[in-house]
Design a protein around this ligand. Structure first.
Ligand code: 76R
Length: 259
């Protein structure tokens, strides 16, 4: 388990008081179906067995509390599957990506999109005075163990900084008020949606990655639509592509890859 440095004591800007947890890679792949269908059943089985072995190492990594991994299929043409890896360091994140790339199965995949970020809790909520990295409920959110929800929804987003609507020109109090309203909307989905907000300023194209999990995909539509009416999203939210899909249990994976 990593230890992150505690926060700077006197940051220049309160917005810098974010808490960071595990580093995250969302790795989206398309399957080269033509190549997959062309090889023999034995070759397909060997590639699948190797993938299963790798998945077992991810399960062990999670049991060791040294990271967490999710593997989902993706619906539509943007990708066929996503691996979401959470690891303590950039090095471990890259190692897990490379371990996959070295498998035979990876030869049948084409990377279509990837996203590098870090689990982030913003400073709008936590109690002053304590070391949040020692707080068990904070730790649980910074180093989350991904549970096997049936569905995933991922999209990147920015807070606008153009013209009169510049999030970064607002005062801390203004931002806190807007984020509080956002949190209230979010709380209505307690038990229905599990959200992981990851920060990607300096890491990737957008400022945050939003990863939602649910057992019913209609909850994604409801929460995203309801949040569009919150001032923070209505005025300041800018969104990238949405990618959605289904949990790849061993059985679902076998079914997906059988030809
Ligand atoms: O962390 C907390 O629970 C406290 C309140 C809270 C913060 C600070 C919170 C609650 N979020 C916070 C920060 Mn969120 N969140 C999103 C999206 O599609 C959209 O319009 C927005 C995408 C969703 C669906 C969502 C869900 N949140 C953030 C930030 C960082 C902002 C910053 O620092 O400026 C972003 C980008 C963001 C976006 N949020 C919640 C949810 C849900 C479901 C909750 C309630 C969580 C709970 O109480 O368990």
């Amino acid at each position: 388990m990593t230890t992150h440095p505690t926060q700077p004591e006197q940051p220049q800007n309160e917005a810098l008081l974010t808490l960071e947890g595990w580093y995250v890679l969302h790795d989206f792949r398309k399957l080269d179906w033509e190549a997959w269908k062309m090889v023999s059943e034995e070759e397909r089985q060997a590639a699948l067995d190797e993938l299963m072995t790798l998945r077992a190492t991810w399960t062990q990594n999670q049991a060791d509390k040294n990271g967490s991994t999710a593997h989902y299929s993706i619906i539509g043409h943007k990708a066929d599957m996503v691996f979401m890896f959470l690891r303590p360091t950039f090095e471990e994140l890259q190692e897990v990506e490379q371990a996959f790339n070295k498998t035979k199965f990876a030869d049948f995949t084409v990377p279509t999109y990837s996203y590098v970020s870090v689990v982030e809790l913003s400073n709008y909520v936590h109690a002053p005075g304590e070391d949040p990295y020692q707080n068990p409920s904070v730790r649980e959110r910074l180093y989350p163990e991904l549970a096997p929800y049936n569905h995933i929804c991922f999209y990147p987003m920015n807070k606008k900084r153009s013209g009169a609507d510049n999030w970064y020109s607002l005062t801390m109090d203004e931002r806190r008020t807007l984020m509080r309203a956002h949190g209230m909307t979010g709380r209505k989905y307690a038990g229905k949606i599990k959200q992981i907000i990851t920060g990607s300023a300096g890491f990737d194209e957008w400022e945050w990655g939003v990863t939602l999990f649910s057992n019913d995909p209609v909850n994604f539509k409801h929460i995203v639509y309801e949040m569009r009416f919150d001032t923070v999203s209505a005025k300041y939210g800018e969104f990238g592509d949405f990618l959605v899909g289904n949990l790849l249990t061993d059985e679902a994976l076998g079914k997906m890859l059988s030809v």
